[in-house]
Design a protein around this ligand. Structure first.
Ligand SMILES: Cc1cc2nc3c(=O)[nH]c(=O)nc-3n(C[C@H](O)[C@H](O)[C@H](O)COP(=O)(O)OP(=O)(O)OC[C@H]3O[C@@H](n4cnc5c(N)ncnc54)[C@H](O)[C@@H]3O)c2cc1C
Length: 474
C-alpha cells in the first residue's frame, strides 16, 4: 500500500512563481487561504491596488486540508444561540449563492455537484437538539427526518436535505486566483509585525522587508497579532484526523454526513472513495495524536488508505465567525468553526463591502463583529481550555516513535536512518509544549495550532518564528 501523509487536495496545489516588487498598496491582505483569496476576488472591480502576503504557498494552509462539504446542515447549529441561529443560517444561504454564482459565471471546473446531506446523533439525549433545529432550517431549505444508517452506528435521529454539494476546493480557488487582475501576490513572505505610522500600515517581514498600505486585512486564520483583545480566550482549536481511500460501506456515495455528538464523525465521498474524519470536540491537548490517527487507520469504514492527514480550525466560543473592522482601516475574517467554504464567501463579501462602502452584505456585520462581548461562563470555559492545553502533552511523549524530549527546552526526533533533529520544545507563540505528529512528521502546538516541519521551519499557525536550534540536524 502506498499511502501519502498529506491531504487529497494537495496534488492540485500549483507551483507558483510570484516575484513581485510593488510595495505600496490601497489594501494589503495578509494570508493567502480561501479568506484572503476571496477578499481579493470581491475587490477585483474596485480600482484599488491590492497585495496579498502569504507566509508559505497560496492555499497551502487549512484550506488545502478540509473535507470540503458544502452544506447548511452543519454540526455547530446546535451550539449557536437560538436568537442568532436564523441570521447565521441566512448568512450560509447567501454564502452558498455566492459560491454557486462564481462557479456559474466564471465557468469554473471544480467537480462541483449536488449531493444529500445528513446531520445525525447516536445519543438519545441529543435527539431534542436535532428536532429543535428543523423549524429554523425549514425557513431556508427543505429538510426531513430520515432513517439514515451508517454501519455499526446506532443512529437515534437524523435530518436530511437535498440542498447540499461537494467540491474540489483547490481546483475552485486556482481558477479564482487567475481572475485577480488588480492583485499582486507575494509568497514565502512571513509578516512578523504590523505597525501604523501617519495613517499608513506597514507590514514587516522576517526578512526585513516592508509593505505599506492604507488598509490592511488579516486573513491569517489564527489572529496571532491580537493578544491585547484576548483572542486566545475567545477561540480554541479543534484538531481532526482524516483518511481517504476505498470503503466497504454499503451506502449511496452521493451523500455527506456529520454527527453532533462529542466524538465527531464526518464522511463524504470523492471520486467514489471515502473521506472519513474523526475528531474529539474536546480541546486538542486531550487527544493523543497517535491514538487518533489509529482510529482512522483501524476504522471499519476504510479498507485501504490512500491519504492520511490532520487539520485544525478555529472554534469561537459562540460558534460564529469573527468578521469586520477591528480598528480604523484594519479588518479581520476568521473563526469559521470548520465550516469555511460558505462562511468565507460571506465574510470576504462583508470585508469587501466595508472597504468599498457598499451596503450589500452588512446585515451580518453586527452578528459577526470581532469585538463582541464574551459572557463570563464562556470566558471561564475558554480559560480552562487554555490551561489544559498548556499542561497537556508535557509528559512522556511517544518514545516508541523514537521521539525523545531530552530537556525542558529542546525536543528531538530520530528517524529510521539514525538522523536526528533537534528543535526548540516550546512554541514561540505562547510557549506551549509542542507535540510530535507521528504521521505527518511535524511538530504541532496543541494550544493554538502552530505547526513546524522536522527541522523546525514554521509551516502554519500563529507563531511568527521557527523553532530551529542553531545546529539542529545531524
Ligand atoms: C478537519 C477540517 C475539515 C474541514 N472541512 C470543511 C468542510 O467540509 N466544509 C467547509 O465548509 N469547511 C471545512 N473546514 C473549514 C475550512 O477548511 C477553514 O475554515 C478554512 O479553510 C479557513 O481558511 P482561511 O483562509 O481562514 O485559513 P488558511 O487556509 O489557513 O489561510 C490562512 C493563510 O494565512 C497564512 N498566514 C498565517 N500567518 C501569516 C503571516 N504571519 N504572514 C503571512 N501569511 C500568514 C497561512 O500560511 C495561510 O496560508 C474544515 C476544517 C478542518 C480543520
Amino acid at each position: 500500500m502506498n499511502m501519502e501523509n498529506k491531504s487529497i487536495w494537495s496534488k492540485y496545489l500549483k507551483e507558483t512563481n510570484f516575484n513581485n516588487k510593488e510595495v505600496e498598496f490601497d489594501v494589503l491582505i495578509i494570508g493567502g487561504g480561501i479568506s484572503g483569496i476571496l477578499t481579493a476576488y470581491y475587490l477585483r472591480n474596485s480600482n484599488l491596488k491590492i497585495g496579498i502576503l502569504e507566509r508559505n504557498k497560496l492555499l497551502n494552509g487549512i484550506t488545502s486540508k478540509m473535507t470540503a462539504k458544502v452544506t447548511i446542515l452543519q454540526d455547530i447549529l446546535t451550539k449557536i444561540e437560538d436568537n442568532k441561529l436564523d441570521t447565521y443560517l441566512k448568512s450560509q444561504i447567501d454564502g452558498l449563492k455566492l459560491l454557486k454564482s462564481n462557479i456559474q459565471e466564471e465557468k469554473i471546473e471544480c467537480d462541483f455537484k449536488d449531493n444529500i446531506s445528513y446531520l445525525f446523533t447516536t445519543k438519545t439525549s441529543n435527539i431534542k437538539k436535532i428536532k429543535k433545529l428543523k423549524p429554523h432550517l425549514d425557513k431556508f431549505i427543505k429538510t426531513e427526518f430520515s432513517n439514515f444508517n451508517l454501519d455499526n452506528l446506532d443512529i437515534k435521529c437524523s435530518l436530511k436535505t437535498n440542498n447540499s454539494y461537494e467540491i474540489n476546493p483547490i481546483k475552485y480557488l486556482n481558477q479564482i486566483i487567475k481572475l485577480l487582475n488588480n492583485t499582486t501576490i507575494y509568497e514565502n513572505t512571513n509578516v512578523v509585525k504590523v505597525i501604523k505610522e501617519n495613517n499608513i500600515f506597514i507590514a514587516k517581514t522576517n526578512k526585513g522587508l516592508e509593505y505599506k498600505s492604507k488598509k490592511i486585512v488579516f486573513a491569517t486564520n489564527y489572529p496571532y497579532f491580537l493578544k491585547p483583545l484576548l483572542f486566545p480566550v475567545k477561540v480554541r482549536l479543534e484538531k481532526s484526523y482524516i483518511g481517504y481511500g476505498n470503503t466497504n460501506l454499503k451506502i449511496n456515495k452521493n451523500i455527506n454526513a456529520i454527527n453532533i455528538d462529542k466524538d465527531k464523525y464526518s464522511i463524504r465521498f470523492y471520486k467514489d472513495k471515502l473521506i472519513y474524519l474523526t475528531a474529539s470536540r474536546l480541546i486538542a491537548s486531550k487527544v493523543n495524536d497517535t491514538r487518533s490517527f489509529d482510529k482512522v487507520i483501524n476504522s471499519n469504514y476504510l479498507t485501504n488508505i490512500d491519504n492520511l492527514w490532520s487539520n485544525m480550525d478555529i472554534i469561537t466560543n459562540d460558534y460564529l465567525p469573527i468578521v469586520g473592522e477591528l480598528f480604523k482601516n484594519m479588518y479581520i475574517l476568521t473563526g469559521y468553526n470548520t465550516w469555511g467554504l460558505l462562511s468565507s464567501h460571506i465574510s470576504s463579501s462583508i470585508i469587501a463591502s466595508l472597504i468599498t462602502k457598499n451596503k450589500k452584505y452588512l446585515k451580518y456585520k453586527e452578528l459577526f463583529k470581532p469585538r463582541r462581548k464574551l459572557t463570563f461562563k464562556k470566558f471561564i470555559n475558554s480559560s480552562l481550555n487554555i490551561y489544559e492545553s498548556m499542561n497537556g502533552y508535557i509528559k512522556g511523549i511517544i518514545t516508541k516513535n523514537k521521539i525523545i524530549f531530552y530537556s525542558k527546552k529542546e525536543a528531538m526526533y530520530v528517524d529510521n536512518n539514525g538522523k536526528y533533529y533537534i528543535v526548540k520544545r516550546k512554541c514561540p507563540h505562547l510557549k506551549c509544549n509542542l507535540i510530535f505528529n507521528s504521521v505527518e512528521h511535524t511538530w504541532d502546538c496543541p494550544c493554538h495550532g502552530s505547526r513546524f516541519d522536522l527541522e523546525g521551519n514554521l509551516l502554519s499557525g500563529p507563531s511568527k518564528e521557527d523553532i530551529k536550534m542553531q545546529k539542529n540536524v545531524k
